[in-house]
Design a protein around this ligand. Structure first.
Ligand SMILES: O=S(=O)(O)CCCN1CCN(CCO[C@@H]2O[C@H](CO)[C@@H](O)[C@H](O)[C@H]2O)CC1
Length: 496
């Protein structure tokens, strides 16, 4: 796939849907308004402000909680078919449990959903996007505790009951690999627990929680609401650093541990965790003379419950990493260094990059990742629910982002038209600049710029907003398009 054949003009399939994406904690603000409960990001940013690069938090963020009409107007202007947002569990269930359903939470999301539908935009809802209610973490141990699967099922029931008559597109969890690997096995995101088995215990709970929410929908809601349930996995594409067999094996292990961890139990024919995960973790656990593997085991009944428990596969993609075996001490430890998967993956430092050290512009990785998914899981329906790039901010003439979208969408169109990948939709990350987790407001991913120094949080369209709007309207990539008032972009330095 190395060639960049721009000669062929690909258009988007007729029924292909476009959207933009955000997440509750990153845009809503109103962190304690209207009876909302505290979540783990409220707690972490308030009790440990130095955990955030600029010591900021999501107390106000983009203040989207107070800007429903304004934001839906901007979405309408972009011409999107759907808006992917997440619901704050703590705004609906302040304690995390159904002892108290917060009426203002129901009101807020009803208003947002109704305003979207009044403007012919489909709500595409993520139930959990990193923002677990703090009491569930503090009193129950968070996702380390299998009981969270029952609390999640109860939460999903409240969502289906209150919004399912108008919301037809649901995803349960956003990026379970990162929730678990970065939150429970590494100090990257809240709750910043570091246990060698933390990620695996978390993953076990999430898969059972997801399956419970899926089967609840089948039992009680699907017949009347006729919607669909998915899950969102982030695929960093992992390449071998060189073509020697050890690197090839390291890259394959990384793809299985990063993506297969949650995709295999749900989308593969055999179900259950990927074989390589079970073997590697069993071996590593034996090396440490542990009584049993750090990776929990599903019963046959659980394997059957989880297998096939999704109607589509939500995929987030940003960039590509290059992998070698852990033993190869010639390279520094990368962001993805998972001893159990015996691989160490780094970015290509020579590639065009962004303000996020982990994000390099490697478009062909997107096409390869989509082909790997097609081949691994028998070409499931894929909806891209995040893709985008950050810059240091306040860049209205954002050529890095314009080039990134043109390059990545071109590779996605090749995967669709040349490779037969079953991709039915695409959402850009992100609708607007927002709270970028531990990087605070130092990394901006938005098509719209947000002025966080202005209490009104004004939104200003960047050039990429006009380019994305034009792609939706023309249904093809137009490298020559330059919106009024902006300087033309030089084609990206990426070889063509
Ligand atoms: O910062 S550190 O280097 O110490 C640790 C890495 C933090 N990761 C980086 C990768 N990012 C990608 C997928 O995460 C997605 O991508 C977007 C951009 O990150 C987020 O805004 C979305 O919420 C998330 O769904 C998740 C957070």
């Amino acid at each position: 796939y190395e060639s960049f054949s721009y000669c062929k003009e690909y258009t988007f399939p007729n029924n292909f849907k476009f959207g933009v994406a955000t997440a509750a904690y990153q845009v809503e603000g109103a962190w304690n308004t209207g009876g909302k409960g505290e979540n783990i990001w409220d707690h972490m940013t308030h009790t440990n402000p130095s955990s955030i690069l600029d010591r900021s938090n999501g107390d106000i963020a983009c203040d989207s909680y107070h800007k429903i009409k304004e934001d839906v107007r901007l979405l309408k202007n972009l011409g999107v078919d759907f808006y992917r947002f997440s619901i704050s569990w703590s705004r609906i269930l302040p304690s995390g449990k159904t002892d108290h359903i917060n009426p203002d939470g129901i009101r807020y999301y009803n208003e947002l959903i109704d305003e979207l539908l009044a403007n012919d935009i489909k709500p595409f809802v993520t139930m959990h996007h990193y923002d677990l209610p703090q009491p569930l973490q503090e009193e129950e141990g968070g996702f380390l505790n299998l009981k969270l699967a029952d609390y999640f099922e109860d939460y999903a029931d409240v969502l289906y009951k209150n919004f399912g008559d108008r919301v037809r597109d649901w995803t349960t969890f956003n990026q379970p690999t990162l929730i678990c690997f970065l939150g429970y096995s590494g100090e990257f995101i809240a709750p910043m627990i570091t246990r060698k088995d933390g990620g695996y215990l978390c993953g076990h709970t999430l898969l059972i929680a997801h399956a419970k929410a899926y089967h609840l929908y089948n039992k009680r809601y699907r017949a009347s609401q006729k919607g669909r349930i998915g899950i969102v996995q982030n695929i960093f594409w992992f390449e071998p650093r060189t073509n020697n067999i050890e690197d090839l094996q390291a890259a394959e292990a990384a793809n299985e541990f990063n993506f297969g961890w949650f995709a295999n139990p749900i989308f593969s024919k055999e179900g259950d965790y990927p074989q390589i995960m079970k073997e590697n973790i069993e071996y590593a656990s034996k090396q440490e003379a542990l009584p049993k593997s750090r990776l929990p085991e599903f019963t046959q009944e659980e394997i059957e419950l989880i297998k096939g428990s999704a109607d589509f596969l939500g995929v987030n993609h940003y960039t590509t990493f290059y992998c070698s075996p852990v033993e190869d001490k010639s390279i520094e430890i990368g962001l993805f260094y998972i001893p159990d998967m015996n691989t160490n993956c780094i970015v290509d430092k020579t590639a065009e990059g962004s303000s996020s050290s982990w994000l390099k512009v490697k478009p062909t990785g997107f096409r390869k990742a989509l082909n790997w998914i097609k081949q691994q899981y028998d070409n499931p329906e894929v909806i891209i629910l995040e893709n985008g790039i950050s810059d240091a901010g306040n860049l209205l003439n954002d050529c890095l982002r314009v080039n990134y979208y043109n390059l990545y969408l071109t590779e996605m169109l090749k995967a669709i038209h040349e490779d037969g990948c079953n991709v039915s939709g695409y959402a850009a990350w992100s609708f607007m600049d927002n709270f970028e987790w531990r990087s605070g407001y130092t990394q901006k991913f938005g098509l719209y710029s947000v002025d966080f120094d202005d209490p009104a949080r004004p939104r200003t369209p960047k050039m990429s907003a006009f380019v994305f709007k034009n792609i939706i309207r023309e249904r093809k990539i137009n490298w020559t398009y330059t919106p009024d008032g902006f300087r033309p972009c030089e084609r990206s330095k990426i070889k063509e």
